[in-house]
Structure formats: C-alpha cells, structure tokens
Design a protein around this ligand. Structure first.
Ligand code: HEM
Ligand code: MG
Length: 260
C-alpha cells in the first residue's frame, strides 16, 4: 500500500516527468498533491479522471470525472461540486484543490473509516490501523448496509470515548451517511444494499478503481435519488434496536412512559 503520499512522491514525479501526457484513465501512483481524505477523489485523480495534481478542480472537471469514472449523472455531480466548493476559503471560488478538503471540520470530520481523527494525526493519509478496525466489521465476503453501519458506529464510539475534541454534528451525520453508502453506490448492488468486500478493500487500499477484479461502472447512470436511497438504508441500519416493529416504537414508548 502507498502508505504515505510523500514516500510515493519521488516515483510518481519521475513517471510524470518522463511521460507528461499520461493517458486518461490510466492509473498512476499518487503524487504529493492528491492526498485527500476522500479515497474516491484520490482514486479519480490517480486515474486522471480529475486533474492528477489535485489542483484547480472545477465544476466541469467533477462532472466529467464522476461521469467517466462512475457514471454519475450531471445533476448529481454538480450538486457534489456545490457541496465541495465551500472548502475553498476564497469567496466565489470556481475550483477547489484536494488539499482544501483536508481542513478539519469543514467537510473532513472525525471517525472516518480509513483515516485517524485530526486530534491523533493526519486526517487525510490512509491509516492501516484505523482501516483494519473498520474492516473487522465487514464480517462476510458480501458486505451489507448493516456491516457498513456497524463500522461507522464503532469508529464514532471509539472517537467519542478517546478523542476529547470529538465533534460530529447533524450535518456531519448527513455527509457521513453518504460516505458510508458510497461503496455500495460505486461498486455494489444499490437495490440489495450490498457490495463485494474484495472490491471495497481493493479500492480503499490501492485508491484505484477495481477494474482488474472485473468491476465496471454501472450501466444505468447514478442520480441524486440513488444516493438518497442507499444513504437511507445506512441510516436505518445504524439503529441498534432489534426487532421487526421499529416504525411503531413511538407508540410503544408513549404507552410505557404512561405506565410509569
Ligand atoms: C470521504 C469529499 C465524492 C467516497 C470524503 C471526505 C471528503 C470527501 C472531504 C472526508 C470525510 C471524512 O473525514 O471521512 C468528496 C468530494 C467529492 C466526493 C468533494 C466530489 C465532489 C465521492 C464519491 C465517492 C466518495 C463519488 C464514492 C462513490 C468517499 C468515502 C469516504 C469519503 C467512502 C469515507 C472515507 C473514510 O471514512 O475513511 N469525501 N467526496 N466520495 N468519500 Fe468522498
Ligand atoms: Mg476524517
């Protein structure tokens, strides 16, 4: 694994210098500037679907990059750009850089699956120890929404217990649900809410699309409604209550409260 971005800098730079016009879509080890807290932004940069140097990422770059890499529809990609652009501190900015995404508690947040909290170290470099902790909850070869939710909850409990600066707002939760849904959206079955663990693992570890494992982008383009649907599955799966009747639990609680 390319464990730190600095270690790979020399090689990546050497390659780029020798082949300045690397073919689009061809994966290349990351350079110094594509160390984002987002494994997919890094991946798309490594493939050249967004600028390889991680700089000046514009709305058209995101639209083209997410369409080429993952078959996202334009309105979805455009919405994601709108969410990302707040990371550039300049007013009325028209681009962001991958570095911008590292600002703690802007978009980047605590309790990530594959990065440690800013309080403990780098909030954007892939962290084996943290990743292994998350992966421990992906207990079957086919990962379910519930297994992904379990890894999210575990990371939050650990952060809340040991990071005195732990912060996770309602906005963070919405952003986080989208991230936890992302492996199912990119690599899995959105109707079943499942994804092959080997594909997800390959993606996180290599920051590369798992084409060599037989994956290919979805044939039907992915829209905002798909993201919301899978995020809702994750949200439902974060409930720690068991039993079939969760939707009626409100009434039961009221009755219980009335008895006491
Ligand atoms: C995490 C930004 C698109 C998958 C993140 C984080 C940021 C971010 C700032 C860090 C949050 C944290 O602290 O964990 C963006 C931007 C995008 C984008 C600006 C596009 C404009 C995507 C897409 C996918 C994706 C299309 C996959 C379908 C993920 C995953 C994480 C993540 C799985 C969680 C990583 C972890 O918990 O270790 N993203 N993202 N992202 N993103 Fe993205
Ligand atoms: Mg984080």
């Amino acid at each position: 694994k390319l464990s730190t971005c600095l270690i790979t800098l020399t090689t990546a730079w050497g390659t780029a210098a020798q082949h300045p016009h690397l073919e689009e879509g061809k994966w290349k080890a990351p350079g110094a500037n594509d160390c984002a807290p987002c494994p997919m932004m890094n991946t798309l940069a490594n493939h050249g679907y967004i600028p390889r140097d991680g700089r000046n990422i514009t709305r058209p770059n995101i639209i083209t990059g997410l369409a080429t890499g993952l078959n996202f529809k334009e309105p979805l990609a455009s919405l994601m750009f709108d969410m990302a652009i707040v990371a550039n501190p300049e007013p009325n900015a028209t681009y962001f850089t991958l570095d911008h995404l590292n600002q703690h508690n802007v978009l980047e947040h605590d309790a990530s699956l594959s990065r440690t909290d800013a309080y403990f170290g780098s909030n954007h470099i892939f962290n084996w120890t943290i990743y292994e902790k998350s992966k421990a909850y992906w207990t079957e070869p086919i990962i379910t929404a519930q297994m992904l939710a379990n890894s999210k909850l575990a990371r939050q409990v650990e952060s809340r217990a040991f990071n005195p600066t732990y912060r996770f707002t309602a906005d963070t939760e919405n952003f986080s649900l989208g991230e936890i849904a992302a492996p199912i959206i990119a690599f899995g079955d959105m109707a079943l809410g499942e994804v092959n663990r080997t594909l997800v693992d390959y993606f996180f570890v290599n920051e590369r699309l798992p084409a060599e494992l037989g994956w290919h982008k979805k044939e039907v383009a992915i829209g905002v409604e798909d993201i919301l649907k899978v995020s809702d599955m994750i949200k439902a799966a974060t409930s720690l209550i068991t039993g079939p009747d969760q939707s009626n639990s409100g009434n039961k609680r009221d009755l219980h409260a009335g008895i006491h």
